[in-house]
Design a protein around this ligand. Structure first.
Ligand SMILES: [Zn+2]
Length: 170
């Protein structure tokens, strides 16, 4: 069973000792992500490996979640399966960013203990689509919706007629 991820960790110490962390973090506790999703239900599930690559301390991670986004084509809420992998090189100074392994992104340590959910949220936000859209062509849905609206307008117009007729009788 998945457990709640720890919030604050000493990333350097974890990488030095080497460790693997698995768990979940509720979407409703990630404020920046919340602004982009249509539902605050569900969790981010993540596995993170802290270790060293030579002398470089690295975090290798995988995170997944099912997010609810608004399709920019038909404006309906859609399921967006988020699945990301990342590899971060821990650096204590921004000037070290060019010395990290090629397959890593720099992660700047600003404190002894860093927030794991915040790290995940950063990575998720980077991976979010700029424009979310259904994979299938949902423009049919739009047409159908417009047609339905049109029919509703027409049937509403028809319903007015009996009253008009009744009015003539009075
Ligand atoms: Zn759509």
């Amino acid at each position: 069973m998945m457990t709640l991820l720890p919030e604050y960790l000493d990333f350097v110490q974890k990488a030095r000792n080497g460790c693997e962390i698995q768990g979940f973090w509720p979407i409703n506790r990630l404020k920046r992500l919340l602004e982009l999703v249509q539902s605050d239900e569900g969790n981010i599930e993540a596995e993170l490996v802290f270790d060293q690559q030579g002398r470089q301390k690295v975090i290798t991670g995988h995170a997944s979640a099912s997010l609810k986004l608004t399709c920019q084509r038909c404006t309906q809420v859609m399921d967006y399966p988020l699945d990301i992998e990342f590899k971060l090189a821990l650096i204590s100074d921004e000037s070290h960013a060019d010395r990290i392994p090629d397959d890593c992104e720099p992660f700047l340590l600003t404190d002894d203990r860093m927030s794991l959910p915040e790290l995940l949220e950063d990575e998720i936000l980077l991976a979010m689509p700029l424009v979310a859209m259904h994979e299938h062509d949902c423009s049919d849905y739009l047409l159908m919706q417009r047609k339905q609206e049109q029919e509703e307008v027409e049937s509403a117009a028809e319903k007015e007629n009996p009253f008009a007729a009744l009015k003539d009788l009075l």
